[in-house]
Design a protein. Sequence first.
Length: 334
Amino acid sequence: MASTSPAAVIVMAAGKGTRMRSSLPKVLHRIGGRSLLEHAVVAARGLEPEHLVVVVRHQRDAVVAELAEFAPDVLPADQDEIPGTGRAVACGLAALPEDLVGPVVVTSGDVPLLDTATLRALVRQHAERDDAVTVLTTVLDDPTGYGRILRDDAGAVIGIVEQRDASPAQLAVNEVNAGVYVFDAAHLRRALATLGTDNDQGEVYLTDVVAHAYREGRATSALAVTDHWLVEGCNDRAQLASLGAELNRRVLSAWMEQGVGVVDPAGTWVDVTVELARDVRLEPGVLLRGATRIGEGAVVGPYSVLTDADIPAGAVVAPFSLLGSDLPAAGRPA
């Protein structure tokens, strides 16, 4: 079986996130108890890469400070004033050893539902096919705003065209770029040195590396995911809310499969960092945050908010309780 441990992962987190209308950097907004950036780093770390780099620029100090809190071993790399995803990756690559060889995964700090399993499948396909570039894609009924995947008659990926630069025929394509890639390090380094800014946005497009590989006769391919939530990016508050709701739905579904009772999933919120035992029952309106742990058979009463709380097995948390790590463990024997 092909290895799924890449030489490096580069997470792009340098953008302004203007549409969030916030003083907080976009990648530091939170869903499910983690920032968007932390979700991305956790997924990347699951690949066990030799190196993990996060490219920063906008509100750089705030992002680096947050990164130091949850992943002090991750290397921040500063993007310079040249705009574009291609430049971001070039700056990330410059922070890595010059003799780096092997697969380099590139992902984004604003795709919080992307998981390690999907990244692992992408790396495996890259290795098995000996690709220069392997791209993660999905098919959308409405692909507006996304880069389109271009293929030749044999189905090989020949390039990616951004929405603003696409012809009417290309705009009709509904297979879109998810902004997640695996590159051969040597090809990536060579291709980035050739990229310019001759496009509608005047930016260095990382997507041009795909066409570069095809012109060189190197293998290129795409892994299409059917679950579009895995590659859904977050650009504004509405998307943040919908991504948060979908993540919470998945978290609750996973816990219910493990034997946790959730009376009203639509009104119950559980962070990804919470630990629940079998036969726990969550009544309507419960909110569980942080490192909360709930023992087997415990009942959490309606509209209770627990933050970093430790609830023993068999306990009953009264309705409307507000409990935290600085408060005594609550509950009575069931």
